[in-house]
Design a protein around this ligand. Structure first.
Ligand code: HSE
Length: 406
């Protein structure tokens, strides 16, 4: 029997207990041994809950119990999760987690400690919820040099953008309803400002490129500036708007960014809707691959956490995670990164197009009913720096959205 401890009996922690109870016999078969939850650490008590007899309030009970071989950290936040994880690994216990903030900040160090001790630090649930993506990057795609990862990595913002698209509603209206329905947090900042997606792409990029990508270095824009008028233009262009998190290797340059983008119908990410997530990966040998599924929620996330428990139970004395060096990967300034831009500008198309063309060169103009005193256009592929310079020269830009080309 393998004894495990769960740190935190919140949404994901209670999901982990539920998954282990629901699929007990098949999980045990796959792990090769019976998995038993010996302790659940939480500040609270849960009278009447079957878990109450396992509740402990003192982490040292878990740390000092040699029977506990696997610690499931689903507390969230950096502290005390970082201290508890490090202590568990140093004590020879494998750890698995859904904590993207902790993995993004300290993943390289915690992996190194696990590797030195022939145990494991696994974090399948930290990116894409229930979608297998860490394991494929770690084991299935090892023949490849990964040169691009582009993901819809945040369910809340994808849900909001999908509703805006389907209903023509404004961001604030949809956000409020999503909060009332419990799809969005009361404090939605981490999701709508893109910070959550930023941490996830930092983890995926660090794994794919084998070096620490600091999330503070990643240019990040959320979806708060997207309006119903932008959606009208997107529809006219036959495109959708998604919050994309991407990292790309171009020659010796590494770019990473989180920002809304317009996608055409040929793009595999075009029709990823609602709370679903998807991760598009390009490898130099493989070509394209895409991973799609439930990117958030109690049970999908718990499913990924428990898959790590099973893997750790099967590899109690062998480190199976690939190395991710703590040496920092220097990202190239995004001002060099190139793509087309969709631009909304004040004015009249017939009167002002010549000036736009004089500055931006050939563009594809677009107008929509329901907007007044403005028009839109899509530029050719230009760099971020060129866009900035030309937009300043034009002086009438209302907004711009990057366009993803495939
Ligand atoms: N807030 C996150 C999302 C939860 O909406 O995707 C999963 O990490």
């Amino acid at each position: 029997m393998i004894q495990i401890a769960v740190l935190g009996y919140g949404t994901v922690g209670s999901g982990v207990v539920e998954v282990i109870n629901t699929n007990h016999s098949s999980i045990n078969k796959k792990a090769g041994e019976e998995i038993n939850i010996k302790y659940v650490l939480d500040l609270r008590d849960f009278p009447g809950d079957t878990i109450q007899e396992k509740i402990v309030h003192d982490y040292n009970v878990i740390l000092n119990d040699p029977e506990v071989r696997i610690v499931v950290e689903v507390m969230g936040g950096v502290e005390p999760a970082y201290t508890y994880t490090k202590q568990a690994l140093l004590a020879g216990k494998s750890v698995c987690t859904s904590n993207k903030e902790l993995v993004a900040r300290h993943g390289a160090e915690l992996l190194e400690i696990a590797r030195e001790r022939n145990i494991n630090y696994l974090f399948e649930a930290s990116c894409g919820g229930g979608i297998p993506i860490i394991r494929p990057l770690n084991s299935s795609l090892t023949a490849d040099e990964i040169d691009e990862i582009t993901g819809i990595l945040n369910g809340t913002t994808n849900y909001i953008l999908t509703c805006m698209f389907q209903e023509g509603a404004e961001f604030d209206v949809v956000l409020k309803r999503a909060q009332e329905l419990g799809y969005a947090e009361r404090n939605p900042e981490a999701d709508v400002e893109g910070y959550d997606a930023c941490r996830k792409i930092a983890i995926l990029s660090s794994l794919a490129f084998g070096q620490q990508v600091d999330y503070e270095d990643i240019y990040t824009e959320g979806i708060t500036g997207i309006t119903a008028a932008d959606i009208l233009y997107a529809k006219k262009l036959g495109m959708s708007i998604k919050l994309l998190a991407y990292s790309k290797k171009e020659g010796n340059c590494f770019y990473a960014m989180v920002a809304p983008a317009l996608l055409g119908p040929n793009d595999p990410l075009y029709s990823v809707n609602g709370v679903f997530n998807a991760i598009f990966v390009h490898g130099n040998v493989l070509g394209d691959a895409m991973f799609y599924g439930s990117g958030a929620g109690k049970l999908p996330t718990a499913s990924a956490v428990v898959s790590d428990v099973v893997d750790e139970a099967k590899h109690l004395h062998r480190s199976i995670m690939s190395f991710w060096s703590s040496q920092k990967l220097e990202l190239t300034d995004i001002s060099h990164s190139r793509k087309p831009f969709f631009v909304r500008a004040k004015g009249e198309l017939s009167r002002d197009l010549p000036k736009v063309q004089e500055i931006f060169g050939p563009v594809t103009p677009v107008t929509v009913e329901g907007t007044q005193g403005e028009f839109g256009f899509v530029t050719e592929v230009i760099s971020e720096a060129e866009y900035q310079e030309k937009a300043e020269k034009l002086g009438t830009v209302i907004s711009r959205i990057r366009v993803r080309t495939v």
